[in-house]
Design a protein around this ligand. Structure first.
Ligand SMILES: C[S@@+](CC[C@H](N)C(=O)[O-])C[C@H]1O[C@@H](n2cnc3c(N)ncnc32)[C@H](O)[C@@H]1O
Length: 211
């Protein structure tokens, strides 16, 4: 089966920035108490796991979950990001895979974390992503999502290095909640906060539970 073109573009973009990403994201949560609050709620909801951090990047949140007593592993599209995650957190498990092609067993997880990783998937393909989250979760399992709120496609051009071009999507929280509900994921909490330092748009966070 041919791979959708957005995956190749996103993979190339993150492979390109993999060696700088952990440093770039290092202080991201410091001034974001609401984001930390949603993550803390997710930790309480999932207990000891297991949890998949899908689109884990360089693994900071996989590491956070494990530090809170949650058995978590990371999956990412970009081999470069996975290599960095393995280098930074050698005791943890990181696999190369996609949001819809992680090869995880049906009903095998108590939680799925997708923190700013659905934002590169064209909105018309998100139903497939949520169907996959539903498939891999056990009944009563939880999803936590973070994304940029809005209704827009942005073409990102990177003038440095290899002139990487890829798309990111701002998503309307109500629409995302509807898609999740359609997939059998009942939204239990939604937060939209105003842009903080360095952010251009409101940020959205959803928690949902598999019925
Ligand atoms: C903005 S970064 C966030 C990384 C991490 N969640 C964090 O908060 O530090 C987005 C990550 O999602 C990954 N990603 C994007 N689309 C993906 C997909 N369809 N499947 C798996 N990973 C994906 C990218 O490779 C990248 O590492």
């Amino acid at each position: 089966m041919t791979e959708p073109s957005h995956l190749a573009a996103t993979r190339a973009a993150y492979d390109d920035m993999a060696d700088r990403y952990a440093e770039f994201i290092k202080t991201d949560l410091v001034d974001k108490p609401l984001d930390r609050g949603m993550l803390a709620a997710f930790v309480e909801l999932v207990g000891t796991g297991p949890v998949a951090d899908l689109g884990c990047g360089t693994g900071r949140l996989t590491a956070y979950l494990n530090s809170e007593g949650v058995s978590a592993f990371g999956v990412d599209l970009s081999p470069g990001m996975v290599a960095e995650a393995r280098r930074l957190y050698p005791g943890l498990r990181f696999d190369v895979g996609s949001l819809t092609g992680s090869k995880l067993e049906d009903g095998s997880l108590d939680g799925v974390l997708a923190w700013y990783s659905i934002i590169y998937t064209p909105p018309e393909l998100l139903a497939d992503v949520f169907a996959e989250f539903h498939r891999v979760l056990a009944p009563g399992g939880h999803v936590a999502l973070a994304f940029k709120a809005g209704d827009e496609r942005r073409r990102i051009r990177r003038p440095d290095r290899r002139k990487v071009t890829f798309d990111e999507y701002l998503l309307e929280p109500g629409h995302v909640a509807e898609l999740m509900a359609d997939a059998g994921l009942r939204v239990t909490a939604r937060l939209v906060r105003e842009p903080g330092a360095g952010e251009e748009e409101p940020q959205a966070y959803l928690l949902a539970e598999k019925r």
